[in-house]
Design a protein around this ligand. Structure first.
Ligand SMILES: [Zn+2]
Length: 195
């Protein structure tokens, strides 16, 4: 099993069946690259989830924008094709960038140097990712509490049905046994009276 055969995206989106999940989990144990990739995926996913409500970008900033230093965008760009949702990742980048490169008031052009811009972007990204992760954790806890309650209810129903089925079986067996006893009883009576 090599990295290209492993469905990290499906795994990250919790879309895999048990078999598929196990395959990915086994691969993750031995492959630090995929572990890192998975982490990046989940960060991107939570960031995207938190950005869904944002206003549409007024201006799309691309990786080639001069104002941006390559490192952070390079990372997005390089990982995007492997993530399988390049356009979504780029859109999230664009949304974040949008906050910083909105048209500046003409009176105060004051261009920021790229290091400051990147610092600010990273601070915002970190803040939003932390927020998104917190929210994702809370959501997932609520979901799993609901799932547990559903599971419990289903199990109780199943046990109840099973219990009733068991009782019926016992009753059936008892009736069969009683019939047999009656037959033996009658047979021995018949034998007794015949003598
Ligand atoms: Zn791998």
């Amino acid at each position: 099993m090599n990295c290209t055969q492993v469905d990290l995206k499906g795994f990250s989106l919790n879309e895999l069946e048990l078999d598929g999940r196990q395959i990915v989990e086994e691969h993750l144990q031995v492959c630090p690259n995929c572990r890192e990739e998975l982490e990046r995926l989940s960060v991107t996913r939570t960031a995207l989830a938190s950005l869904r409500e944002e206003e549409p970008p007024r201006r799309i900033a691309f990786v080639s924008d001069k104002v941006l230093e390559p490192s952070i965008w390079r990372r997005f760009w390089d990982s995007a094709p492997r993530l399988g949702f390049a356009s979504a990742a780029m859109l999230s980048v664009a949304l974040l960038v949008n906050g910083f490169v909105r048209p500046q008031p003409a009176a105060a052009p004051a261009p920021m140097d790229s290091a400051t811009v990147q610092e600010k972007i990273e601070a915002v990204v970190a803040g939003r990712v932390a927020e998104a992760v917190q929210k994702a954790v809370a959501d997932s806890e609520a979901r799993s509490a609901r799932r547990t309650a559903d599971l419990l209810a289903a199990t109780e129903q199943r046990l109840d049905r099973q219990h009733r089925a068991d009782l019926l079986t016992v009753e059936d067996n008892f009736r069969v046994l009683q019939k047999r006893v009656n037959i033996y009883y009658r047979a021995s009576n018949d034998l007794g009276s015949a003598q």
